[in-house]
Design a protein around this ligand. Structure first.
Ligand code: P6P
Length: 335
């Protein structure tokens, strides 16, 4: 079958055959993400009608309870994962602590934990800007059969067995990796099927787009200020173009296709940065590296950071390899 006509379902089965050793749980996990993505996509696309059907948190004209979309997305992804008897624990941006999940047999025999940001950038919904779901998957490290512990979630990003994102944009895409490259699937909403539209996605080694909230310029470390000035200097293939949507998934997705770098550094306002290591930076770093890009905290590889808490923040430099290397060069001058 021609690559681009392949559905996500066919792709998962084909790849499953490549990994004969695995028991199909990872495939079932990706399938559950697929289903939840379609359900959330429907709701996100309806969000624009909320003024007509009633503000969130109130009854709408049909008497339905309107939930905040973050909460709705969180519950949808959680429920879909729980129903499929695959995960033994879930951590979410929406929950203070992780959730322990038993199988229907009341035991803790499932092998995977999922960490997710169910609806990143949701403040953009009211202005009709793309938002996304980000997910990261690990095998548990504590004994199967016992309740998960924080140790199962506080693993370095290099241990991820899968990661990806859904971008609810002009079209809805599911982009993910299981450690064998990155593939992008576009939803045909008319029939609710994801088709392989972007096989083997590659981050261009160089790019001409830099994505950073320059409104915080005065608060940035000197290395970031110097890098921004470097991007703006007329020399060789510069100046670069500044593109910042304010939605992590959208900025990274565009930069992966066109080449570019996304930076959310520390600042006096966010001394540890803003983005969360476990369910924003690690999964996006896994995707970036699998596509030939790079992700650092300005000094070290994101995926080698040993996490210490579920919601910890880190500075984030992610994108085209040569651009991340150059930005890190400026940062190291002031280390
Ligand atoms: P700022 C959205 O809130 C988010 O977590 C990312 O999706 C986005 O890149 C960043 O924060 C935007 O933050 O401070 O520039 O508005």
């Amino acid at each position: 079958m021609e690559e681009r006509n392949k559905t996500l379902g066919e792709f998962i089965i084909e790849k499953q055959e490549e990994f004969m050793y695995s028991s199909g749980e990872l495939s079932r996990l990706i399938n559950s993400i697929r289903l939840a993505a379609k359900v959330v996509n429907y709701k996100v696309n309806k969000a624009g009608l909320v003024d007509i059907v009633g503000a969130f948190g109130e009854q709408n004209v049909q008497g339905e309870d309107q939930q905040k979309l973050d909460v709705y997305a969180n519950e949808t992804f959680m429920q879909t994962l729980i129903n499929r008897e695959i995960v033994c624990g879930i951590a979410s941006e929406e929950n203070d602590d992780f959730i322990t999940i038993k199988g229907k047999d009341g035991l803790h025999n499932n092998k995977y934990v999922v960490l997710m940001d169910p609806l990143d950038g949701s403040s953009n919904i009211d202005v009709n800007v793309s938002v996304g779901t980000i997910f990261s998957v690990f095998r548990r490290v504590t004994p199967v059969g016992t309740p998960v512990t924080k140790e199962d979630f506080l693993q370095p990003g290099v241990n991820q067995v899968a990661a990806g994102y859904v971008i609810y944009g002009t079209s809805t895409m599911l982009v993910y990796t299981t450690g064998h490259g990155v593939n992008g699937f576009t939803l045909n909403p008319a029939i609710g099927t994801f088709y392989l539209s972007h096989p083997n996605m590659q981050f261009p080694k160089d790019g001409h787009i830099y994505s950073i909230n320059e409104g915080n310029y005065v608060h940035f470390p000197q290395g970031v200020k110097d890098y921004i000035k470097y991007c703006q200097t007329e020399e060789g293939d510069r100046p670069y173009t500044s593109r910042y949507i304010g939605s992590l998934v959208s900025d990274i997705h565009r930069n992966m296709i066109k080449g570019g770098i996304y930076i959310y550094p520390t600042s006096s306002k966010s001394p540890k940065g803003k983005l969360r290591l476990l369910y924003e930076c690690n999964p996006m770093a896994f995707i970036a590296e699998q596509a030939g890009g790079k992700a650092s905290d300005g000094f070290n590889r994101i995926m080698e950071i040993q996490p210490t808490e579920l919601h910890q923040r880190v500075p984030f430099f992610c994108g085209s390899e040569n651009m991340v290397d150059k930005a890190n060069e400026f940062m190291k001058k002031y280390q």
